[in-house]
Design a protein around this ligand. Structure first.
Ligand code: ADP
Ligand code: MN
Length: 179
């Protein structure tokens, strides 16, 4: 509800994007500089069994969205989190003050996924996901346009500028809350 939103003294940020675009790396940097708590949802799914089994064909977990929401509800309603997940439509809209969609050039992304040891089918699936900007479209369908920002994540320079931009945004958000 709107009430829960206004009670947060620290913001919640969602970092989303195709696997390999740099979500976890960026979240770690931002958590370090802002004190926001990094929540790697993919990791939680594995560790806490928030899934309905492993899909052998796609080599990925079939997430249990209700279990994920239940697991995160208390933490997110308190604020002060930076959430890292390759999907964004499963979360309640009210949780987030800012939604960032990371974008990576196809050839760069291909190399990153290959280095990660993904099977060909999974590489192809993710490259197509990025080409058709599926996560950006998903974000636009799930959140208000004013809170969505698309960020390029091709280089270390991008990573650094994205991290600084988010850090500034957090400072600004907090100072507005105090006034
Ligand atoms: P995700 O969490 O979105 O799957 P990771 O943060 O694990 O992505 O990053 C995937 C790989 O790409 C890692 O090896 C990471 O060091 C590298 N990487 C991430 N972001 C960038 C960037 N902006 N520039 C160069 N390399 C990056
Ligand atoms: Mn990750």
């Amino acid at each position: 509800s709107e009430e829960q939103f206004s009670e947060r003294i620290n913001p919640n940020i969602l970092i989303t994007g195709t696997p390999g675009t740099g979500k976890t790396t960026l979240c770690e940097l931002v958590a370090e500089s802002t004190g926001l708590i990094h929540i790697d949802v993919g990791k939680l799914v594995k560790e806490k069994g928030l899934h309905q089994g492993f899909d052998q064909e796609y080599q990925s977990y079939i997430t249990d969205d209700d279990k994920i929401i239940d697991e995160l509800e208390d933490t997110l309603s308190k604020g002060g989190n930076i959430v890292d997940f390759h999907s964004c439509e499963i979360f309640p809209e009210r949780w987030f003050d800012l939604v960032l969609v990371l974008r990576t050039n196809n050839t760069i992304l291909y190399d990153r996924l290959e280095k990660r040891g993904y099977i060909q089918k999974k590489i192809t699936e993710n490259i197509e996901c990025e080409i058709f900007q599926e996560i950006l479209e998903e974000a636009k369908e799930s959140y208000s346009p004013e809170i969505i920002i698309e960020l390029q994540s091709n280089s270390l320079q991008d990573m650094e500028s994205n991290s600084m931009r988010i850090e500034e945004w957090v400072k600004n958000w907090k100072s507005k809350k105090i006034q």
